[in-house]
Write a protein that binds this ligand. Structure first.
Ligand code: GLY
Ligand code: MN
Ligand code: MN
Length: 444
């Protein structure tokens, strides 16, 4: 993303905020265990407004200030620390590379921020995950408030920046869509490799490793969320991530895995046979989910709503469940009573962007909001027939199927960003047959 795009976002944010000062803290560095940390991942709001990748940073937007409208507080350059953990931009980099009007070291917040807080009535700030920073900012806001009686100025209202920022993030620019397409392309390579690479006797984690090899090899930063490789009845566990079962011919494997590219997520699910073909009951369930997914996608266009997409996909699932005898009764009544939730217990989609479950409101004024061009959502119906589910034919027990694509709302309707990843049962079986006839070396 070029620096001009970030500047435009800050301007748009400031225009919406009007009078006020916005304070956006970095994500804290998270400890995994003892002295081992997770790879650092910047807070998405800060990333969206600045592109600044380092921890221990605070972004302040003070649009009414005559000189310091965009301020970054950052880690100081430190030769010794940089030897251990890598280069830092420092205050010079914050100005020169990221275009800050002013940059200070993070330990100067207490010194510099009060001047900005003393000149405003409104602060845009949401308590974050960094408890120390939240406490410090809270204290400085408090000081500004208590000075108000004497000076006539000081913070009286605290506004959540999400109200503006998350609405902006919901609509993807051409530059953002470029990155999302690259994330999806990395996922496409990974899913096709897994479809080709699965073998009777292999462990789920072997596919996990293969997927993540492809995410990184395509230039992605890794996964957007922990990969789900769920074979057999594990596919009926929605967030299964153990990935340690040995797969067998006759199983299905459900893979819900997506790459992240430059902060942007993809989120894709495919369900395919470990052997050469779906068994007849697996295929029946698969075709129902596929039909529901296609109908759900067909319902995506400007003016429609997420609720309508969910309703359409659910209707098709319920019709299918009636056809195969997993439900009995009248479709409308069954849906009304929620009988289908024994087999379909989640929503059909969510926003997608910098967060996998991206920000932005789903409902406005009490109703599911109309879809608009530039929004990206997933469409991901599924059916999950737990092994121990009562009143279910043995044929179907332990079958879990989900199919998930990433869909951009366009002026004319929609574009399926992940369309290149096969999902027709015949197409997948052809890939499986071809792969079994011409096995690749394990790491391919
Ligand atoms: N992978 C998480 C989801 O599909 O929502
Ligand atoms: Mn998913
Ligand atoms: Mn999803």
């Amino acid at each position: 993303m070029d620096m001009a795009s970030y500047a435009k976002r800050r301007e748009a944010f400031a225009d919406s905020m009007g009078e006020g000062v916005a304070i956006i803290p970095a994500a804290p560095q998270a400890t995994r265990s003892n002295d081992v940390e997770y790879r650092y991942r910047q807070d998405n709001d800060l990333l969206y407004l600045t592109g600044f990748p380092e921890p221990n940073c605070l972004c302040v937007l003070s649009p009414q200030h005559e000189r310091e409208r965009f301020i970054l507080f950052v880690q100081p350059r430190d030769r010794e620390k940089e030897t251990w953990t890598g280069k830092r931009y420092g205050v010079d980099g914050a100005r020169e590379v990221f275009g800050a009007d002013a940059a200070y070291t993070i330990d100067q917040v207490r010194e510099v921020l009060p001047e900005h807080l003393a000149r405003t009535d409104t602060v845009c700030f949401a308590p974050g995950r960094d408890e120390r920073m939240t406490a410090l900012i809270g204290e400085l806001i408090d000081n500004s408030r208590s000075g108000r009686a004497r000076t006539g100025r000081g913070v009286v209202s605290l506004v959540d920046p999400a109200a503006i920022l998350h609405e902006m993030r919901l609509f993807k620019s051409a530059g953002e869509l470029d990155l999302m397409r690259r994330a999806v392309a990395a996922s496409a390579g990974a899913h096709v490799a897994a479809m080709r690479g699965v073998r009777d006797g292999a462990f789920e984690y072997e596919l996990e490793a293969l997927l993540e090899y492809h995410f990184r090899a395509a230039g992605g930063s890794g996964w957007a969320y922990p990969s789900i490789v769920a074979s057999g009845a594990n596919a009926t566990i929605l967030h299964y991530t153990q990935n340690d079962r040995r797969m067998r011919d006759g199983d299905l494997v459900l893979i819900d895995a997506g790459a992240e590219f430059d902060g942007y997520c993809s989120d894709v699910t495919r369900t395919f046979p470990v052997g050469a073909a779906y068994t007849p009951p697996q295929r029946r369930i698969y075709e129902i989910v596929l039909r529901a997914q296609k109908e759900g996608i067909a319902a995506v266009h400007p003016g429609a709503s997420m609720e309508e997409v969910h309703k359409r996909a659910t209707e098709v699932l319920v019709d299918g469940l009636l056809e195969v005898g997993l439900l009995e009764g009248e479709a409308g009544e069954l849906m009304e009573k929620g009988e289908h939730t024994r087999f379909y217990m989640h929503r059909t989609g969510h926003w997608l962007g910098l967060d996998v479950h991206d920000v932005g409101r789903y409902r406005v004024d009490g109703v599911s909001r109309p879809l608009e061009p530039g929004m990206v959502l997933t469409v991901e119906p599924g059916l999950y027939i737990a092994e121990d589910l009562e009143q279910v034919s043995d044929d179907y027990r332990g079958i879990g199927v989900r199919i998930e694509d990433d869909v951009l709302v366009t002026e004319g309707g929609h574009e399926v960003l992940s369309a290149a990843i096969p999902k027709e049962a015949d197409e997948i079986e052809a890939i499986r047959r071809e792969a079994l006839a011409n096995p690749l070396p394990a790491a391919g």
